[in-house]
Design a protein around this ligand. Structure first.
Ligand SMILES: Cc1cc2nc3c(=O)[nH]c(=O)nc-3n(C[C@H](O)[C@H](O)[C@H](O)COP(=O)(O)OP(=O)(O)OC[C@H]3O[C@@H](n4cnc5c(N)ncnc54)[C@H](O)[C@@H]3O)c2cc1C
Length: 533
């Protein structure tokens, strides 16, 4: 079956939904999403959205903090756009019904997080993402121009490769006309065609064994874009959140950075503070430094977790500021965080790299835009400043929407006839154990060899093993009917490979990429993005 829209959106997090509402003003929109519409990383964001919303703050200060976290690799033009356009985008969110937490005077309650030199985190208690997602989903669901396809997983982008008549394939001039997607409930693959396509499929946390990301985060968008010929950049910069609750399952339960911003102190299991050895900002240092410090302490002491101690803070304040964290810890994990220190470990959290875009969300493929965590706009550089990612999704989806509307008006696209999905000759496999086994193997290899601290030896070992797994998965994919698990496995293996390849290219330590073979930052040779195409 073929579906046709003016605009196609892959993903229903903050990037996809906010874009959809804007392009729907001038055309029909189809949104494909893997699970139920609200299931996304956005829905789990706790801390909030960074933006200059107070007289005490300034654009220059937010730009400076962002550039400082990015360790020389941020694209300054993109950062300026992010910071200057952010406040207006947040006001738009409030207008569509997002309830941000306010003080008694009715002003926004601005929180502080690691790496920010001032309180600037706009939040909705500690469930900011859920509140934003709720409001966006409500608007999208009632919009007459928007149709949402839940439980549809995009498999691949439609380009010249998929045209029914033969096209000459020029890798420097590829067009995107839509995507194939598997309707998971009907077990059927449909083609979705559109004049402009937005990739908003989020991150890739499940490439790693421990992650704060929900199950949807398997790097599908990056893998699809790479296979279609798009330029991918900076995959080595994976952010590990320093404080996920130890032993809380998959995904790991996140203890927001705002908890450290509020005064939580990191200690070893015997109660010793250690952050002063790593950074003068101690527990308020940016998350890469904190994750590195915890990893080092754990390896040095042979322990499984460190402690985040809030016991010196007033209990009612903790409960008021972090009701979700307090209740989840108490009810689900039998841990009263006002009385007991919280055992924490780092977990894969955020992908700074992804599909390279310009400042209007355009990728290197005509008609294909990317926004949110799947993209590499240049705002994060070698490390993302806390709470800049929801903001990035909002700001660059707005710009992509404006550009796509122009593109749609000015360049009517003639979409060629697309081949139907052909799975003749493939079988329903009984070998599902291969999928779960390979998935686990990828995650373990990435955790052990391509985690917080890397080395040449570990990367080479990871590359050899990943090469084998990828070949195995591709062979299995070609002869088997597609399933959600197989689509994800194929994408996880490819994303893992892209991370390893980028990490091998960067022979220095910078931001989130730390290697024992090149301990210093090397501006002479590596003050540039790592590009794979
Ligand atoms: C626990 C947690 C806390 C966080 N806290 C904060 C915070 O406080 N502040 C902040 O700025 N950032 C935070 N982040 C990061 C932030 O939430 C994400 O970077 C951001 O939400 C990404 O938005 P997105 O729209 O790009 O992707 P997502 O919100 O992840 O949405 C991706 C969408 O794509 C869909 N999808 C994926 N693959 C496919 C496919 N193949 N086919 C169809 N659909 C697909 C998914 O189902 C989902 O709907 C947090 C992240 C986590 C996990």
């Amino acid at each position: 079956m073929t579906h046709r829209f003016d605009f196609l959106v892959l993903g229903s997090g903050i990037a996809g939904l906010s874009y959809a509402l804007k392009v729907a003003e001038c055309g029909t929109v189809g949104i494909i999403t893997k699970k139920e519409r609200a299931e996304s990383n956005t829905n789990y964001a706790q801390g909030g959205v960074a933006a200059v919303m107070s007289q005490l703050d300034s654009f220059d200060l937010h730009v400076r903090d962002t550039l400082s976290a990015g360790v020389g690799l941020c694209h300054r033009d993109a950062v300026e756009i992010l910071v200057r356009e952010g406040p207006e985008r947040l006001r738009e969110l409030a207008q569509i019904g997002v309830e941000f937490t306010r003080n008694q005077a009715g002003e926004l309650d601005l929180a502080r997080e690691g790496g920010h030199s001032i309180n600037r985190i706009v939040h909705s208690h500690d469930l900011t993402g859920r509140e934003i997602e709720r409001a966006l989903v409500a608007r999208v669901t009632s919009h007459p121009n928007i149709q949402v396809f839940e439980n549809h997983i995009a498999i691949d982008l439609l380009t010249e490769h998929h045209a029914a008549t033969k096209h000459v394939i020029d890798r420097t001039n590829i067009h995107c006309w839509g995507a194939y997607a598997l309707n998971v409930h009907e077990n059927a693959v449909h083609a979705f065609l559109a004049n402009a396509v937005l990739l908003a499929t989020g991150g890739l946390g499940h490439v790693y064994l421990h992650t704060t990301n929900p199950q949807i985060a398997t790097g599908d968008g990056i893998a699809m874009a790479y296979r279609a010929g798009a330029t991918i950049a900076n995959m080595e910069f994976v952010q590990f959140h320093p404080t996920s609750l130890y032993d809380s399952g998959s995904p790991s339960f996140l203890i927001s950075e705002a908890v450290r911003g509020y005064g939580g102190i990191l200690k070893t299991q015997d109660g010793e503070e250690f952050m002063q050895k790593y950074d003068e900002r101690k527990s308020l240092a940016p998350r890469d430094i904190v994750a590195y410090a915890i990893d080092t302490e754990l390896k040095r002491r042979g322990e499984d977790f460190v402690l985040l101690d809030l016991r010196h803070l007033p209990a009612d304040g903790i409960i008021e500021h972090f009701p979700h964290i307090y209740e989840t810890c108490l009810n689900k994990f039998k841990l009263d965080i006002t009385r007991e220190p919280i055992p924490v470990v780092p977990a894969a959290h955020y992908a700074c790299g992804g599909v390279l875009t310009d400042t209007n969300g355009r990728t290197s493929i005509h008609g294909l835009y990317a926004s949110g965590e799947v993209s590499m706009t240049g705002v994060h550089g070698a490390n993302r400043l806390a709470s800049n990612s929801l903001l990035e999704g909002l700001v660059f989806s707005d710009r992509a929407a404006r550009d796509a509307r122009r593109f749609f008006r000015e360049h009517p696209v003639a979409i060629p006839e697309i081949k139907d999905w052909d799975d003749s000759g493939t079988l329903n496999s009984e070998e599902w154990v291969l999928i779960s086994h390979n998935r686990r193997e990828i995650q373990q290899i990435m955790w052990d060899y391509v985690g917080i601290v890397r080395s040449n030896l570990r990367l080479e070992r990871a590359l050899r093993r990943m090469d084998l797994i990828r070949n195995e998965v591709e062979t299995f994919y070609k002869k088997t009917k597609v399933t959600e698990g197989l689509i994800e496995l194929r994408n996880l293996a490819l994303c893992a490979m892209l991370i390893i390849k980028c990490a091998m290219k960067r022979r220095e330590s910078r931001g989130l990429h730390v290697t024992t073979d090149y301990r210093e930052r090397n501006d002479k040779e590596f003050l540039a993005d790592t590009i794979v195409d």
